[in-house]
Each structure stands twice: as C-alpha cells, then as structure tokens.
Design a protein around this ligand. Structure first.
Ligand code: 26V
Length: 813
C-alpha cells in the first residue's frame, strides 16, 4: 500500500475524497466537524503504511518488546501530534487554505480522549510516545472508557461534574476489531480434576464478557515507526444474552447486556482513596486478561514455546491497577497450558516489573479476599499459593519471625482479610521502581523496607519524564523556533542538546527574544481563556500557575493562604499596591467527586477569586483565575505562558510530579518544596534559579514524631492568623461564617499535610520571587537556564533508563 502523494494537491484530493465519500458531504455547506473528521481520516491514511510496515517487521524480527499495562492513558488531542509525526503540517495548512478552511479551527474541534485522572495517565501517554520515537517495540494495553474523566463546571464556585462524551462527535483515530474479541470470564467456582495422573485445578466461571480491541496509532516522531495502543471495550457476549433471551425474558436480556457493558463505561475519577468497588476490580481484570490472551494468542507466533516468554515480552505494571495480571498469567500457564507450577512461576517472575506511583499508604490498593474470591476464585487460590511459598522463603531466611511474616504477607488480616496488591507486584516483579530519586529511596526505606532487605537489587529508580514533542515542540512553537534557531532541530529527539542554550542566557538579544516568546504565549493564552471562559490575564502580570489534581497533600490551600495574605495586606493599606508585583494566579484542578475536602477547597479558591477580582483596591495588582475543566489541551496553552510554577506539596508526599518538568522546560521558574522530582530539577537548574522553601522530608518526619500542633503555628504567626481569620470572618462567603468552617477546622486541628508549618517559609520565598521578577534580565537568564538544564526530563531518557535497568528491550528498526 503506497502512501498518498505528499504534496498539497495530493492532500487536497485525499481530503475532499474523505469529505465526500467518508462523511457524505460536499465542501460547500460542510460543518466544521465533518471537515475535522475528514482531515483526521486523511492524516491517518498517511500513517497507515508505516503502521502496517511496523507490524510486518515486528512479526519478522520477533524481538523483545514491552507491554505497558495501564488503566489510564491521558492522551490529549491526536491531530496535531499526528501532523507533527508525519511532518505534514505545512502541506495540510496550505491544502486546507485552498479549500477556504483554517487548520486551527479544525484542531479546535477535536475532543481530547481524557482516559486518565492525572500524572499517572499522562505519564503512560508520554512513555508510549517516546518508545515509538525510539523505535522500541511496545504495545500499550488499557481500557477504552466510553466516558473519560468528567467535565468540570462551576456553579456558584462549586464543582459540578458532567459526563465526558468524548466519542459523541465521532472517533476518527480508532480502529475497532470485533473479530479479534477475547472472552473474559468472571465468578463461579474452582474444582480439581485428575489429568492423566496429575491433579490439576480448573476454573468454572459463571459469566463472561467480550473484550473488543480498539487500536490506536502511536506514531514515532518522523521516524517511520507507528506502535500500537490497544484499548479494550466490554461488549455483552451473544451466549450471555441468548441464554436469558431464550428464556423469554427480554428485559432481563437487555439488563444483562447493560451489566456487561458497564465494565468499560466510565473511568473511575477516584484518586482520593482507592475505592474497593467491585466494578473497578472487574475493569482491572477485564483489560488485563484480554491483554495477556491477546499477546499470547495473537501477537506471539503460533506454537511459540512459552518457556521462552521472557525473551519476548516484559509486562510493565503501571501502579497496582493491573497487578491481577500476575495470577492471571499463572492461571493461563498452569491451568490452560498445563505447565508445571514452579516453571510457570519462574517465567512469571521474569515477565513482570512494577512501578509504584505513590507513597501515601492509603493510596496502595488492597482487595478484600471476599470480593476477590467471589469475582475471581481461581486467582485467589493462586495468590494464596504464591503467598505461602513466599512466606516459606521468608521463614527459611529469617526464621519464625512472626512479626516480620505478618508484615510481609501478601494477605493483610486487618481490618479485613485483603490482598495487598503492591506486595503481590513486588514479589512477582523482576524489578520494582519508584518515579523519582527521593520517592524510590522512601519506597525502599519506609514503604517496603522488608522487601528491599529480602530482595537485594530488586528496587531501582527511574525518574519520570515528559515528551518534548507534545510539551515543547507542539505546545510552544514560538520557543521551539527560538531554540532551533540557536542550536538546531536535534533537541526534539535528544533533549540534552538544550544544554547548548546555556551561553545564550548571557546574550541580551536572545533574552529579549525569549521574553517576546513568553509575551506571545501569554497573548495566545488570553485568547484561549477569553473564548473558553471569558477570562483574561493582565498584560504586564507575572503568571503564577498551579495546575494539578486537587489533593490536600499537594497543598492548594497553601497557595490560597498566600493570596489571602497579599489581599489582606493590600486592602488594609499595609502594602502599597505600587510595591506589589502585579500577578495573576491561575489554578487548574479537578477534585474526585467523592472527595469532600477537595471540593471545599475548590469552592474556597473560587470564592477568594471572586472577592479579590472585584475589589478595586487590588484589582490591577492581583487576580485569581480558575478556568474550569483543566485538561491536557488547556495545559498545552497554560504552561508555555507561565512565569512561575507552583510545586508546593509537603516534602515526602509527591512521588514525582511531571507538571513541574513541563514548566521548567517551558521557561518558568519553580517555587517548590524539596519533594519528588523537584529535588532533581533544583539540582540540575541550580539553587539560584529555583525558589526552595519548606521543611525537608526528615524534618517533616521529626515534626510528626514529636506531635504536630497546627494551632501553635496559627497562634505564633500574626500573618497566618490574619489570613485564616479573614476566611473565618465570612469575607469570602458574603458574611457567612459557616461556609468555610470545615476547611478552617481542618487547617487548625488536623492539617495532615502541615500547611501551617510551611506557611512562613513559603511567604518568604514568595517575597524572593517578587524581588527576582523585578529584575527582568536576571529573571530571563534564570528562565533560559531552566530550559537549557532540563533536558534530563525528557521521557526519552526515562525510557532509556527503563530499557537499561528493567526491560532490556533494545531499539529495533
Ligand atoms: C493519590 C492519592 C493521594 C491522596 C490519597 C489517596 C490517593 C490515592 C491515589 C493517588 C494516585 C496515585 C497514583 C498517581 O497518580 N500517582 C502520580 O503518578 C505520577 C506519575 O508517576 C507522579 O508524577 C505523581 O507524583 C503521582 O502522584
């Protein structure tokens, strides 16, 4: 299959053909959505030959690849990325112009697939981009949620969730393959039987669903490679409906169908506390079972000797969500392929690796034994046996140290019997990694110390990264051009080349151009915010941005206290407005719908914004913007415009952060704690170009050990007292003193994340920010150095680290 001619005329022909024959409309009178769909299909034609070629060569070479198992992929819009990958942007722009169409209008038409909550899902998307660009064989496996992360709106400042119907206007990037569906079983019971003298177990499931694969292209950056992302959709099986249908109960048949199809209906927005919901476990097993079956049955050649499985694949477990894959592979090898248990276990231990993405103990998934036994009885038996053998090995090594045995058991006994999925992953995984140096260290020292002792060499670090294609080249064309002018285009696939920018920090003309880029990006942001939400950023304002999921540990409240303090000081006349650096504070954050405190905090941010923005005394000095529905698309506009990046989690709580990297790479300076990847950012960009504040992790531990009393900080610090009292007074709630009582009470009497303890230090650091910003030449110098020294945070580097330390999957063709 030849690709369409790469000329403007060739493109126009293809595009009109898609519009006419694909969409069934003429150019004249066609809607923007028709044009967008036709364009998307045209562009995917250009990728098709490469995709087929990649698959063909992969089948020929049979080299080792990665199966990335992730419940989330936060992909962002596809069109622009596909255009960049193919190098077609200019041709398409010109061709569309000939048709009287502005490419920008069609880009804006795309609804991003929001199939993830935040950092973990976006990381998966960055990783598969890098692997394709580096020509490493990879299949991403996940779930094709019909509804992704909810669309956020505000009503009277409170979050209201709306379903995200990302498929409603058409899904031009996906390729459904119903003929390749896998059957996934659930429920029922197990039994043993005699298999020619060998006692074996088998699972007699009670019900099943079909898993239909939807394939998506993952194009490498201008390298001719296209990898595959395979997302599964749950569809009721014929057998399933028919049985009931034949019984004459039509209503029940339809209900059964709905029940089955619920499995891939909606992404769980709950990252506040993992919900022990049966449907979530169904989702996890659903995609993992389909993926393993797909790999073994359809990807591997027929008759492949499974003893050699580790030579062909490594299943990377993106957090605990896919960990049920471990007993599933064991079940397939032992029960279905009749392999000896020990052989199967040896293979399994080579085929999995596990990435942990959190440190918060409450975020580590556990599944009640009762639930697992009901839904996956055979898997529970397998887990028990894995645990028995593991604990036996622990006993052999450490003797009958019952406390240790209880600590290390994959099965927790309290508060109910439950499977600790992180432990299962650690026992089964060839490697276990954290996502930034500090996180990996704490993981070994605080979360899994017994396992670190038991398995020397199993734990490792791979610091997260972000794709420079989407987050610099596409999101920030103005900066990209400036960089390319200075150092050539090589940086797009070799981000360490940004180092070559360092000398330009001393070049006055370059600094001027750099500032022009920021100014341009602010104007561009203004256009977007204006159109989207009727908001705008003051021209001469410092843009101070905090975008990330709303969590107490991330401490949006600390940012609020800073704003309230500034507001209070200006409006009481303590601060002369003329002495205040004009700033626009921007928040972007979704709260899990069931996370009450997070929603209260959103309400407070909006309430403070409403008062501050309306007060003539501070109006042109400080502004607070909270555009609703922060997503990848908005991030791509917001981050390039930012001057200051807020990374203010309590030290030891943010595993890595990846937003922090995106800001630094786009020339924002960071105000941040010594947490997650901030530590490495600061080391690389240099202390003088980073605003550090707050307790260090050991100090946090010490304070917790001695007993943290938040109110003592309130009593001791008049600024803090004034800020909190102002919130309590009803100043942001129309005089109602009860509105924010829960937030204030939380701060004063619980404050799990020590906001009050870090407040003074934060304010001090913010004053340094103001002082630094006053010297625009010095600030620009620092911003340029942030860009120049952040090349390490390319996800290409992360992928190299995974390949070297964990996967051993060399690039192919
Ligand atoms: C977070 C939390 C925090 C509040 C308490 C309960 C809870 C439950 C789940 C989670 C999400 C954990 C998984 C996750 O999204 N981790 C994020 O992964 C990113 C990519 O590695 C990393 O940059 C973020 O720091 C980390 O929070």
């Amino acid at each position: 299959m030849g690709s369409p001619a790469s000329s403007v005329d060739g493109f126009v022909r293809e595009f009109l053909r898609e519009l006419n024959f694909g969409q069934g409309v003429a150019l004249t009178g066609s809607e923007v959505n028709d044009q967008y769909l036709a364009l998307a299909r045209t562009v995917r034609h250009y990728l098709m030959a490469r995709w087929l070629e990649t698959l063909r060569r992969q089948a020929d070479t049979q080299s080792k690849g990665v199966a990335y198992l992730s419940a989330e992929y936060l992909l962002g819009r596809q069109l622009n990325n596909a255009l960049l990958a193919t190098g077609l942007t200019d041709i398409v722009k010109q061709g569309l112009a000939q048709c009287g169409i502005d490419l920008a209008d069609l880009r804006a038409q795309e609804v991003e697939p929001g199939l993830g909550n935040g950092g973990l899902g976006r990381l998966a998307a960055c990783f598969i981009d890098s692997l394709a660009t580096m020509s490493v064989p990879c299949i991403g496996y996940g779930i094709r949620y019909e509804y992704g992360i909810f669309r956020q709106t505000f009503v009277d400042g409170r979050q209201v969730e709306q379903p995200d119907s990302w498929l409603a206007l058409g899904a031009p990037w996906e390729f459904p393959h119903p003929e390749a569906a896998q059957t996934v079983h659930f429920g029922g019971r197990t039994e043993t039987y005699d298999d020619e003298g060998v006692e074996r177990s088998r699972w007699i499931p009670a019900w099943n669903v079909q898993a239909v694969p939807y394939n998506y292209m993952v194009p490498g950056y201008q390298n001719g490679r296209v990898n595959t992302l395979r997302l599964w959709r749950a569809v009721a099986t014929d057998a399933f409906d028919l049985r009931i249908f034949n019984s004459g109960d039509y209503e029940e048949a339809v209900r059964a169908q709905t029940f089955a199809e619920n499995i891939s209906k909606v992404l769980y927005p709950e990252d506040s506390t993992p919900q022990g919901k049966e449907l979530r476990l169904q989702q996890q097993y659903f995609f993992v079972a389909a993926s393993i079956a797909n790999f073994l049955d359809d990807v591997l050649p027929e008759g492949f000797d499974l003893a050699r499985l580790p030579e062909r694949i490594i299943f990377q477990l993106n957090d605990t969500h896919p960990v049920i894959a471990v007993p599933e592979l064991m079940r397939v090898l032992v029960d279905e392929r009749k392999m000896d248990w020990d052989d199967a276990w040896a293979i399994t231990q080579k085929c999995f690796a596990y990435t942990c993405h959190t440190l918060l103990p409450e975020a580590l998934e556990v599944w009640p034994v009762a639930l697992l036994g009901k839904l996956l009885p055979r898997h529970l038996e397998i887990i028990y046996r894995i645990n028995d053998e593991f604990l036996e090995a622990v006993r052999e090594r450490f003797g009958d140290d019952e406390l240790r045995i209880r600590r290390m058991s994959i099965i927790a006994e309290h508060p109910e019997r439950a499977v600790r999925m992180a432990y299962l992953a650690t026992v089964a995984g060839a490697k276990v990694n954290g996502v930034a140096e500090l996180h990996s260290q704490l993981l070994r020292d605080k979360v899994l110390p017994d396992f670190d002792e038991f398995y020397p060499g199993k734990f490792t670090n791979v610091t997260n990264g972000i794709t420079p294609r989407r987050f610099v080249r596409l999101a920030n064309p103005a900066l990209s051009e400036l960089i390319t002018d200075a150092v050539g285009v090589g940086w797009i696939t070799d981000l360490e080349r940004l180092r070559e920018l360092e000398p330009f920090a001393e070049d006055e003309d370059f600094r001027l151009r750099f500032r022009e880029v920021k100014a341009h990006n602010k104007r561009r942001l203004n256009g977007v915010l204006q159109q989207r939400d009727g908001l705008s950023v003051g021209d001469d304002h410092m843009l101070d941005v905090m975008v990330k999921r709303l969590h107490e540990y991330k401490r949006q409240l600390l940012k609020v206290l800073h704003i309230v303090t500034l507001y209070d000081r200006i409006s009481t006349g303590e601060l002369d407005p003329a002495d205040v650096t004009p700033r626009t504070f921007v928040f972007g954050a979704k709260a899990a719908p069931g996370y009450k405190m997070a929603k209260e905090i959103i309400h407070l941010i909006n309430a403070v914004g409403t008062v501050v923005n309306a007060d003539p005394k501070v109006q042109d000095r400080i502004n607070v913007l909270f555009p609703p529905n922060y997503n990848v698309t908005l991030a791509e506009k917001l981050i390039p415009a930012a001057d200051l990046s807020e990374q203010i989690s309590l030290a030891g709580k943010e595993a890595s952060g990846t937003g922090n990297m995106k800001f630094a790479l786009n020339g924002a300076l960071t105000i941040g704690t010594d947490d997650g990847a901030n530590v490495e950012i600061r080391q690389l960009v240099g202390d003088e170009h980073f605003f550090l504040f707050g307790m260090l992790e050991p100090e946090v531990e010490a304070l917790a050990a001695k007993g943290y009393v938040p109110s003592s900080f309130y009593e001791a610090d008049p600024n803090l007292r004034r800020a909190i009292d102002l919130i309590s007074s009803g100043a942001f709630s129309g005089g109602d003193k009860t509105t924010f009582e829960p937030v204030v009470a939380n701060l004063l009497y619980e404050d799990r994340f020590m906001v009050l303890a870090d407040y003074a230090s934060y304010l001090e650091a913010q004053e340094k920010v103001d002082a630094a910003y006053a010297d625009q030449e010095a600030w620009t110098r620092s911003a340029i150095l942030n860009v120049a020294r952040s090349g390490y945070f390319s996800s290409d580097r992360s992928m190299r680290d995974y390949i070297d330390r964990i996967w051993h999957t060399p690039p192919t063709f």
